[in-house]
Design a protein around this ligand. Structure first.
Ligand code: SAH
Length: 339
């Protein structure tokens, strides 16, 4: 059976023509799917014959809300969604002054092995389909009843390890007949899959590329991020430079501050030197505690001192505000609990 959300718009048109439907049906169906219709019965402007024809080899995919938590502190909403095969993924909706931002997953599990991350502990189970990635946005928006205006691909999984489905999803979520979320309102975060960065640059989508750097040199990065053995920092930064030049977009770096590992003043100096020639921004994230891991964050003073050091050295840096602290809102924590 075919999930119509796995088709790009043009593919949907072609498919409909191939089963003897009129071209204008694509617009109607695409729109219903993106509004969160859960069956062809709901698509009231389709004829009964069309609905029956569609049901022969396609279906409307859905996501079940298995658990939902709303933070009492800041209104952050965390979903544990159940996929049709029983696997679970997480999505988080955060409220900012500029609107609702959803953090979505791209895979069930992850094979990248970052030492501080909860999502990778059981390894990779499977890739999400384009439709499953999109359904997180569709069904969270439907549940909340407010428009989601921004997307960050920072949930479970490595998006560049599921490249084709992620690109298809990006095209669809941006489509004017669907949710119509602007590329400039979308960020994709990667641990540093270098060939994927070059391929993404070739797609020429003006999304924000976020790099999980987390270390100012290869010695430290090797110990916390296995991907660095394959693509070291100099290869990674070369790819970033290519991406920035090709797309004209500023690169964003994520740097999780882990006490005693990467958060000394020397580390700050080294980091500033490393990226000073790139037009970039650094997001500092006090590391989140993961039960299985023995990593801790420093004091607020130490975290601010690290930021100030970078600023003094001419690097744009901000400290990530912690949202949803009362509902295990950081990625991978909820799914792991259920497993
Ligand atoms: N695979 C992608 C996206 C998912 S992770 C990537 O690596 O970028 C989203 C971000 O959260 C990444 O920057 C990741 O390194 C970071 N992260 C994972 N576990 C964390 C933890 N315990 N504390 C702080 N940040 C963490």
């Amino acid at each position: 059976m075919i999930d119509l959300k796995d088709f790009e718009y043009e593919e949907l048109v072609q498919y409909l023509l191939s089963i003897g439907e009129k071209k204008f049906r694509a617009e109607q169906i695409f729109s219903w799917l993106h509004k969160g219709a859960q069956s062809y019965e709901e698509m009231t402007n389709l004829s009964k014959a069309t609905r029956e024809r569609l049901s022969k080899e396609t279906y409307v995919s859905t996501l079940k809300i298995r658990e939902k938590y709303v933070s009492k502190i800041d209104g952050t909403v965390k979903y544990l969604f159940e996929l049709p095969d029983g696997n679970c993924i997480e999505s988080v909706v955060m409220r900012y002054h500029h609107g609702l931002t959803i953090c979505i997953s791209s895979q069930v599990g992850c094979r990248m092995g970052c030492r501080f991350c909860a999502s990778t502990i059981g390894g990779l189970y499977r890739n999400l389909t384009a439709g499953e990635i999109l359904n997180q946005v569709i069904f969270a928006q439907k549940d909340i009843g407010e428009r989601i205006s921004n997307i960050v691909m920072m949930g479970i999984g490595e998006p560049l390890d599921n490249f084709d489905n992620v690109i298809k999803f990006l095209h669809n979520v941006n489509h004017e007949k669907g949710l119509n979320i602007g590329y400039r309102h979308i960020s994709l975060s990667t641990c540093g899959v270098v060939p994927g960065i070059y391929n993404l640059a070739e797609e020429m989508l003006p999304i924000t590329l976020t790099i999980s750097l987390h270390a100012p040199n290869d010695t430290i990065r090797d110990t916390i991020m296995p991907v660095n053995h394959k693509y070291n920092i100099s290869k990674l930064l070369e790819a970033c430079k290519f991406y920035a030049e090709k797309t004209g977009r500023r690169i964003s770096f994520e740097y999780s501050l882990i006490h005693g590992v990467n958060d000394s003043m020397d580390n700050a100096k080294e980091l500033a030197k490393l990226i000073k020639n790139l037009h970039s921004h650094v997001n500092l994230i006090p590391v989140n505690k993961v039960e299985e891991r023995d990593f801790h964050k420093g004091s607020n003073d130490e975290i601010r001192a690290f930021r100030d050091k970078l600023e003094t050295l001419g690097i744009n840096a901000t400290i990530r505000r912690e949202l949803g602290a009362d509902i295990s809102a950081s990625c991978g924590q909820l799914r792991k609990k259920v497993l």
